[in-house]
Design a protein around this ligand. Structure first.
Ligand code: AP5
Length: 187
């Protein structure tokens, strides 16, 4: 299964991708996690991304495409993958489509998790207390939600136009949301 999980910050992409990974036995590829690993390692890429991420803005399409290209060239994606956090704008959606066409591995499903903004803010505030992620402060969260509505929401229309989008209600227990995603995938 080659799957993209779309949704605003805090909608549960990472949480559900972890479960899907175990259920479907395919890797979970989170561009946020890949970038945070670069920041933690103090690499050149991490240094370039650090401040941009802390502000809640998007890291450059060029950096992201390089990261995704390299990750999708690994052998463990032979049976599929779950992309979480990519694509995040229409340029990235086009780049991904071209990249997957090149390796003859087109997407099979795109699941959009739907959660109202007030609940997103509440969930992220909870995580901020528990984990202290640098971009979970109120100012960066506002920015991330704005970036989602300006740049990422148009990606929904991109995939709707290709007939591959399934909308899933992301409100409910972790088990309920997981069951809805599996049903949307026909599993
Ligand atoms: P990224 O790490 O992708 O962050 P995000 O999209 O803001 O997503 P989050 O991790 O906040 O939310 P999530 O949907 O995964 O929810 P989660 O499961 O964690 O990106 C971070 C930054 O990296 C970006 O701002 C950007 O700078 C950069 N970046 C990444 N990709 C990029 C790209 N492609 N292009 C350019 N820049 C890029 O859940 C959130 C909380 O809610 C958790 O505490 C969880 O326990 C809780 N929760 C989850 N589900 C439920 C539920 N059903 N009920 C109650 N609580 C729940």
């Amino acid at each position: 299964m080659r799957l993209v999980l779309l949704g605003p910050p805090g909608s549960g992409k990472g949480t559900q991708a972890t479960r899907l990974k175990d259920e479907l036995q395919i890797p979970h590829i989170s561009t946020g996690d890949l970038l945070r690993a670069e920041v933690a390692a103090g690499s050149e890429l991490g240094l370039a991304a650090k401040e941009v991420m802390a502000r809640g803005e998007l890291v450059s399409d060029e950096i992201l495409l390089g990261m995704i290209r390299s990750r999708l060239s690994r052998e463990d994606v032979a049976n599929g993958f779950i992309l979480d956090g990519y694509p995040r704008n229409v340029a990235q959606a086009n780049a991904l489509e071209a990249l997957l066409a090149d390796i003859n591995q087109p997407l099979q499903a795109v699941v959009q998790l739907d959660v109202a903004n007030e609940l997103l803010v509440e969930r992220i505030a909870g995580r901020a207390k528990a984990e202290g992620r640098e971009d979970d402060n109120p100012e960066s969260v506002r920015k991330r939600l704005q970036v989602y509505s300006d740049s990422t929401a148009p990606v929904i229309g991109f995939y709707e136009g290709r007939g591959s989008l399934a909308k899933v209600d992301g409100v409910g227990s972790l088990d309920e949301v997981f069951a809805r995603i599996m049903a949307a995938l026909g599993k």
